[in-house]
Write a protein that binds this ligand. Structure first.
Ligand code: EPU
Length: 301
């Protein structure tokens, strides 16, 4: 019997996860699992850990680049109904980690519920948004989070308060835990004003970013006090190309995958941009996107 036998009816093998990312690039995952609920996720994580098999959660795939060699472990998708619940309470909302944030942010803004306007135009599931503290110049998801329930690699389920989650610029202390659900606090505002803010933030993104192309959003974090996009632009790298990947003409911090591109093309372009910006301005850019490379598991998976 294999270690994964008891999850067999919700486990795909050799699954093409690259297709599930916004880049639509990269290879397969050894396993792709759709846990039923938090208890099932906990059992899976413990079992995988005991057999030395690495696990990663895949949300909407908006910030992930899967290598052409794929990922040699378990990819977890929280797309079961239990992870897509939205439960409203008096002054808070509990969201499953698999909830798609963009439509939720739009709906809340239409109802005048303020707090998620900064997520306008940001593709993310709730779990990914917590882990990366998704957001932009208008705010971040961590600002509205109250507490997060997640499962550790040892299978232990814990609820962590916002103050202990270390939210910062595109980071949190979630680490290798997998988020199950999140409680957020929103406040009732004037629907006209809240919706106006949402529309304004969304328009800004549409005007400045290549949203219709295959990309993973901004590739690099902004260095303190600087803009990565402006540095790449000033280095003359708009339009720079490796294979079928190129630096966007609209926003230089976006790398676009053209038809025929490979994940390797994108990775080579990332290195090229990084090296050129460092040579030009002495600033080493930090990569924002999550790059998944094959990971060797010790056990016989
Ligand atoms: N700029 C250029 N050339 C470019 C791009 C930008 O000169 O090619 C200049 C702009 O004119 C502006 C400055 O750089 O003066 C900053 O640009 P922008 O306002 O577009 O903001 P950003 O810092 O590049 C951040 C987030 C985005 C988020 C926007 C809007 C990062 C790395 N990026 O972009 O997030 O959408 O603010 O809120 O923090 C993402 O994380 O994937 C992402 C797209």
């Amino acid at each position: 019997m294999s270690w994964w036998s008891k999850f067999a009816d919700r486990m795909e093998r050799d699954a093409p996860i690259g297709r599930c990312t916004w880049f639509r690039l990269g290879g397969n995952a050894r396993f792709l699992c759709h846990p039923r609920d938090a208890k099932d996720l906990s059992a899976l994580m413990r079992c995988a850990r005991d057999h030395g098999v690495p696990c990663k959660a895949l949300g909407s795939g908006a910030n992930v680049l899967v290598s052409d060699d794929g990922y040699d472990g378990v990819v977890i998708r929280l797309d079961n109904e239990t992870f897509r619940r939205v439960d409203r309470h008096d002054d808070s909302v509990t969201l499953g980690a698999g909830v798609d944030l963009m439509p939720l942010a739009k709906q809340c803004s239409e109802e005048g519920l303020s707090g998620l306007e900064c997520m306008a135009g940001i593709p993310a599931t709730v779990g990914g948004a917590v882990r990366m503290n998704a957001g932009g110049r208008f705010g971040s998801f961590g600002d509205v989070v109250r507490r997060v329930t997640c499962v550790g690699s040892d299978g232990i389920v814990e609820t962590i308060d916002q103050s202990e989650l270390g939210f910062g610029y595109r980071r949190s202390l979630v680490g290798d835990r997998i988020v199950c659900s999140v409680e957020i606090g929103l406040c009732q505002g004037d629907p006209v004003q809240v919706k106006r803010r949402f529309d304004e933030y969304f328009s800004y993104k549409q005007e400045t970013q290549p949203l219709a192309d295959k990309s993973a959003g901004c590739v690099f974090k902004n260095p303190p006090g600087q803009s990565a996009g402006a540095l790449i632009d000033r280095a003359g790298l708009k339009g720079a190309r490796c294979g079928a990947a190129h630096v966007s003409h609209r926003h230089a911090n976006f790398i676009i995958a053209d038809p025929g591109a490979t994940a390797t093309d994108v990775m080579e372009l990332i290195d090229l941009v990084r090296d050129r910006v460092e040579r030009e301005f002495g600033t080493r850019l930090e990569i924002e996107i999550d790059i998944w490379r094959p990971e060797m598991a010790k056990a016989c998976i």
